[in-house]
Design a protein around this ligand. Sequence first.
Ligand code: SAM
Ligand code: SF4
Length: 324
Amino acid sequence: MLNDPFGRKIDYLRLSVTDRCDFRCFYCLPKSHRGFETPDDWLTPAETERLVAQFAALGVRHVRLTGGEPLVRKELTEIASRIATVPGIEELSLSTNASRLDRFAEPLSQAGVTRLNISLDSLDEGKFKQITGSRLQPVLAGIEAASATGLSPIKINMVVMRGLNDDEVEKMVEYCLAHNLTLRFIETMPVGEGGQAATERYIPLTEIEARLRRRYKLQTAAMQGSGPARYFQVDDTGLVIGFITPQSQHFCETCNRVRVSVSGDLHLCLGQEDKLALRPLLRQGASDEVLQQAIRAAIARKPERHHFNETPTAIIRPMSALGG
Ligand code: SAM
Ligand code: SF4
């Protein structure tokens, strides 16, 4: 088992399969960003499988594929099917912007992906373009394709920003209700230049929750793989909404995860810089025992919590480097 010094059990790995993206969400990957990882440094599908096997041997049970945009990585389906067959891995999920999901939902489901998180910040074509630099229609088609494959639950993630899309919160509730989707609202985080620029649009989600309570009855609900979100059932419908509040109510005491970048850096906290480079070990032929020992030693250094409120300009890597 992987336990950190604060008594937290680490059983969840977020694996970035690329730091590239076909979108440029301003709060994540600004157009000005330079310094992408070079392809020679990307972990290959075989290296990724070997690394995941080490985490699984140490007690990791859930892997999430993320990015950048995972669907721009050509080998994504191969990576997914390799991970799905690693002994000990019980759950393989994917975070995506859905722009290419109409083509890939079915093969990814066949490869063993069981759950999806999809980013959707606006249902207005113009605003969507303003936020992401891209088009809304392929995303809506991707969501429909994912629903048609039977992948469930599909969770929609909406980063709520003042004066930009906060007027669409109720519209998003109605959209998710009509399409049988789970909806999660997320606070902006000051990660990277984009995240720090978005701070001026920050809204504490307690404000959105209070607004929704005036219109809907919200009853506390349980959700599989709930992670840091607080969930509520809306009226007597099947719709569940969640609030992810890294800034206003941080949830670090229940953190169960670590992250690996596309080039094999093990990051111990999204809001801190502590990391360990695993690629050199993999490429120098380290044994399973050496790799597992290195991972254990790194987890023993996992920070207690992020300091987004105290030092909001500390993290300069963009969110797209680690996938949230
Ligand atoms: N491209 C995929 C997607 O958009 O779902 C996966 C990677 S993306 C970095 C993962 C999540 O991080 C998305 O839901 C996105 O909205 C969120 N995110 C990115 N930058 C953020 C920021 N500065 N604050 C809060 N959430 C952010
Ligand atoms: Fe790309 Fe996802 Fe970041 Fe948007 S949030 S730029 S879709 S990685």
